[in-house]
Design a protein around this ligand. Structure first.
Ligand SMILES: [Zn+2]
Length: 492
């Protein structure tokens, strides 16, 4: 890092070239012109530092995370669940170089036996893609609502970092974060400061006054024009927007911060006291404004919606994915299927309702939503809706420890193989809707040559016994993300 003092000792042109590599590429004529402007440049230098830093931040977002250099790992004698098929392969050898799966072969793969090559004898165990949770809130798993809205953001980030490391250790190598101030955490994970999954961030949930995500207290209403924003908005957890123009601003802000997709709440929610479940929140024009802004950036909007009305309005406005959908009816399920819209849904455990006091409106809303789980999955199957899976674990570190169990609950509606395909290959297909806003270009959710190396070595056959996923500490022997080994209990 160049110090301010050493910059002050340089000639202005050299100093500016040192601050920002862009200027280092200028030719002699340009430099002569610059020399004439040396005094002005000295004045401009601090501004240029800011601009270059901003440029570097953007560049970091675009590049793949934690490049693994030329490191080589060879998995020998593994059977592969590839994220697409319903059966395991026969014995295979899998070579990972850098952050990609380079080769899969039935015959031995020669490697140089240098110290940087890691050999893992799979002993016939199963190699599968890292799990993907499509409805995650990395910043909201461990704190309570009160801590989120009143706590120190530095503390919240550190707590979320510890949770992110645990998330990865449960075998989840990617999460789609559908709301929360997660950009700093994502960056810390990507640069290797803290262990954690790849994060596809939405940034702040965008909602309306009194919508799901508006956590203001009654005394904060009315909001004066130009008044200080609420705490939830200040920390970037949720943004309130009440017109198409305001929606556009809020969407574009999240895109500026690095959102890979945009999350809106199109209807009421369980955890927000002022939003009734039956309420449709945004108007179609407001939803359309968000869709336009997101599509101009090459990405998409996903909408929190339980009821047929809020689902239908979202689809009419161009929303590409519905979160939850637990109160949908049959004609709406048909519409979702016909339009090729994604349904990102969850099998909520009953214990989640117990987070709310008996008799409270939140408890009643939770019970109403949870009662729709069976119908939703049944309709999703019946109409072959493109279905992605996530958990939506909020404010409950206890439930987070049962992350894998929330996945295996899907075997009530799907075979174990279908369940595992959904949490890997299928979820990864939905991630591709982020287009060029995908922070991790490359193939996720599959074990195939050329795919990104996010891999789990399971002590057994998870298709024959999906419950292996419920105890990751015991049964996930190797956890690799982006070609880097984060856990290896087979290491000698
Ligand atoms: Zn959620």
């Amino acid at each position: 890092m160049t110090s301010i003092r050493s910059l002050a000792q340089m000639r202005p042109v050299t100093a500016v070239q040192t601050i920002c590599p862009v200027f280092a590429s200028f030719g002699p004529a340009t430099i002569r012109t610059i020399k004439r402007q040396q005094y002005r440049l000295l004045v401009l230098a601090p501004l240029l530092v800011g601009l270059c830093q901003a440029g570097q931040a953007h560049a970091q977002r675009a590049s793949p995370s934690t490049p693994s250099g030329g490191a080589v790992t060879l998995f020998q004698n593994v059977r592969i669940f590839d994220g697409k098929s319903s059966t395991l392969s026969g014995p295979r050898n899998v070579l990972v170089r850098g952050n990609q799966i380079e080769r899969i072969s039935t015959s031995p793969i020669p490697t140089d036996r240098s110290a940087s090559t890691v050999l893992i004898d799979g002993g016939g165990r199963t190699l599968m893609p890292g799990l993907i949770d499509m409805h995650w809130h990395a910043m909201l798993v461990r704190p309570t609502v009160a801590q989120l809205l009143t706590g120190d953001i530095g503390h919240l980030n550190l707590v979320a970092g510890a949770e992110a490391t645990d998330t990865l250790m449960r075998g989840f190598t990617t999460v789609r974060d559908v709301g929360g101030p997660v950009f700093g955490l994502k960056r810390a994970i990507d640069e290797g400061t803290v262990g954690g999954p790849r994060i596809f961030p939405s940034g702040a949930i965008i909602t309306i006054t009194s919508g799901h995500g508006d956590f203001r207290q009654p005394f904060e209403v009315p909001r004066e024009l130009g008044a200080t924003r609420s705490r939830g908005e200040q920390v970037g957890a949720a943004m309130i927007a009440d017109s198409p123009d305001e929606v556009r601003v809020r969407v574009r802000e999240q895109l500026m911060l690095g959102a890979s997709q945009i999350k809106l709440t199109a209807g009421g929610g369980v955890a927000s006291p002022p939003s009734p479940l039956d309420a449709s929140t945004f108007t179609e024009a407001e939803l359309r404004a968000a869709v336009e802004a997101a599509e101009n950036w090459g990405t998409y909007v996903t909408a929190h919606a339980y009821t047929p009305e809020s689902i239908r309005r979202s689809i009419a406005a161009g929303v590409k994915c519905i979160e939850h959908g637990h109160l949908m009816d049959e004609p709406t399920a048909k519409l979702i299927a016909e339009k090729g819209i994604w349904l990102s849904t969850q099998a909520f455990p009953d214990e989640l309702a117990e987070a709310f006091p008996p008799g409270s409106s939140e408890r009643e809303k939770a019970e109403e939503v949870f009662a729709g789980t069976d119908r939703t999955f049944t309709l999703a199957r019946k109409y072959k809706i493109k279905t992605a899976w996530g958990t939506d674990i909020l404010f409950s570190p206890r439930l987070a420890r049962r992350h894998g169990e929330l996945l295996t609950k899907l075997t009530r509606w799907y075979t174990p193989a279908e369940t595992l395909v959904m949490a890997t290959g299928t979820n990864a297909q939905l991630l591709t809707l982020s287009g060029k806003r995908n922070p991790y270009p490359g193939k996720l959710g599959v074990v195939e040559e050329g795919a990104l190396a996010d891999l789990l070595l399971v002590d057994g056959d998870p298709i024959a016994n999906i419950k292996l996923i419920e105890d990751p500490q015991k049964n996930l022997l190797v956890i690799m993300k982006d070609g880097r080994i984060h856990k290896n209990t087979l290491a000698k």
